[in-house]
Write a protein that binds this ligand. Structure first.
Ligand SMILES: Cc1cc2nc3c(=O)[nH]c(=O)nc-3n(C[C@H](O)[C@H](O)[C@H](O)COP(=O)(O)OP(=O)(O)OC[C@H]3O[C@@H](n4cnc5c(N)ncnc54)[C@H](O)[C@@H]3O)c2cc1C
Length: 446
């Protein structure tokens, strides 16, 4: 079992799902094993309470899901974990809302508990905790529509989550009907303490570890397309090795305790931890400051993360890399690492951009062709009149022209703007590329 868990990614992924289910359903099992003395509360009341308990356990588990635990991230990748986080929080949210709704329908007299001025504390906790949860869900789903800046959203998201879980637990303890027994106290105390520890770990321990492993900015290199490469060197330690295509969270010029970090893929070779390069497009508040960063500026890195890497497919016959705009960064890392490792497998790079002038890494890529079995197809959306290459969008017709006939023999990596990623994914499905051969990296996590 141990060998299987370590060696097979599917087994590791299944293991974590089993752990999740076991913890989420644990309150129910304990409830069944040690039921309170029968008082004839009726099925619907018991059912509603069970939903509340499972919903609360799922909320507490969200702290573990988002704590960037390397072992879990290495099994699924950040995209899937965050998708899971989003969907499972909606399930927990629904369970927590259904819990009082059933009570209100079944015992209408409980409606008066909504009056938080007169209701007992246990009901006050429930109402305020649920309100916090509603605000948390609404601001997460409609953050962009509500124009909430990312940093403000992230801070408030953390605070609302702590408030919702703490008050939920306080509500359960206050009702005490089910939590009166020692075992149940023990279980919920363990769940609450684990969530608290994760919070302390993410907010205090991890940043503290990062302060012990600082980096400094060695070079800022202008690139085509309003893009800058930030070269960073570890100070007093060896840095970290990474698999080409992975990313790290960067904090620049401020303390890591401030939690204002941004994710960027490494664009340099995975085998050179002594100098890490990040190639960054100036798009918003933070990324627009990169060009003005002074040499010697302190940096902190949390990484590496991600499963978008050719290293996971050592048995692939070759690779098809499909990049749009700044989505070229993980591909660049895979290519330069492949050259250093004398990888003789075929690489096809399909790289779309607005114009030839904006084509980040254009010269560098052309310089790689002689060192590796690499074919590059540039695709321009706004070509000049003398452009003789591909134009328009990366669609089924274009892909069909270049991807190998034996589609399942290679691994396909796609990283681009969301619209292009959707179109390419659909086209690859139409072209019967097996779904297990398509790897996607989304740069827009939230
Ligand atoms: C796995 C991954 C790898 C990435 N690699 C690269 C890369 O190699 N090169 C590159 O140029 N960009 C990359 N990005 C995108 C980059 O992280 C965002 O463009 C950047 O964080 C935007 O910050 P801003 O303050 O300049 O933009 P803003 O205008 O403030 O934000 C634009 C959008 O970026 C996202 N964003 C903002 N701040 C953060 C944050 N702290 N954490 C996460 N998302 C945030 C939000 O969706 C926000 O709406 C990557 C993103 C991910 C998830």
């Amino acid at each position: 079992m141990q060998r299987l868990l370590i060696k097979s990614p599917v087994a590791v992924a299944a293991f974590w799902i089993a752990v999740y289910l076991a913890i989420a359903l644990l309150p129910l099992f304990v409830l069944l094993l040690y039921p309170p003395a029968l008082t004839g509360r009726g099925f619907w009341t018991e059912f509603s309470v069970a939903l509340g308990f499972v919903g609360l356990a799922m909320l507490a588990l969200q702290f573990a899901i988002t704590a960037r635990i390397n072992r879990i991230e290495a099994s699924y990748g950040v995209d899937i974990i965050l998708q899971f986080h989003r969907y499972i929080s909606l399930v927990a949210f629904a369970l927590i809302l259904i819990h009082p709704l059933i009570l209100f329908i079944n015992q209408p007299e409980t409606l008066k508990l909504l009056n938080i001025f007169e209701a007992p504390w246990r009901a006050k906790f429930a109402v305020i905790g649920t309100l916090a949860l509603i605000i948390l869900v609404v601001t997460s789903i409609w953050r962009q529509r509500l124009n909430i800046p990312y940093e403000l959203w992230r801070t408030s998201h953390g605070i609302l989550a702590v408030v919702a879980v703490t008050l939920g637990l306080a509500h359960g303890l206050g009702v005490s009907y089910y939590l009166g027994l020692f075992w149940k106290h023990l279980l919920w105390s363990a769940i609450a303490l684990s969530a608290l520890w994760l919070l302390i770990y993410v907010r205090l321990v991890k940043p503290w570890i990062m302060t012990k492993r600082p980096y400094f900015v060695e070079e800022v290199i202008p690139q085509r397309g309003n893009v800058w490469t930030l070269a960073i060197r570890p100070k007093g330690h060896k840095g970290f090795r990474f698999q080409p295509g992975q990313f790290a969270w960067i904090t620049l010029d401020i303390s890591p305790f401030r939690m204002r970090e941004h994710p960027f893929s490494m664009s340099s070779s995975g085998d050179h931890p002594e100098r890490l390069e990040f190639t960054i497009k100036a798009l918003g508040d933070f990324t627009q400051t990169i060009k003005d960063i002074k040499l010697g500026t302190k940096a902190y890195l949390d990484g590496p993360y991600g499963v978008f890497t050719s290293d996971r497919y050592w048995d692939a016959a070759g690779f098809v890399l499909i990049a749009g705009g700044i989505g070229i960064t993980p591909m660049m890392s895979m290519l330069v690492t492949a050259i250093e490792r004398r990888d003789d497998r075929p690489y096809l790079l399909i790289y779309a951009n607005k114009s030839w002038e904006d084509m980040t890494f254009r010269e560098e890529l052309d310089g790689l062709i002689d060192s590796i079995d690499l074919m590059i197809i540039y695709v321009l959306r706004q070509p000049s009149e003398d452009w003789t290459g591909e134009t328009g969008y990366v669609d089924k017709a274009l892909l069909q022209k270049y991807i190998p006939i034996h589609r399942g023999s290679r691994q396909y990596f796609v990283c681009a703007a969301p619209v292009m990623m959707e179109q390419v994914e659909e086209a690859l499905h139409d072209l019967e590329v097996p779904i297990t051969n398509i790897q996607m990296e989304h740069f827009n996590l939230v």
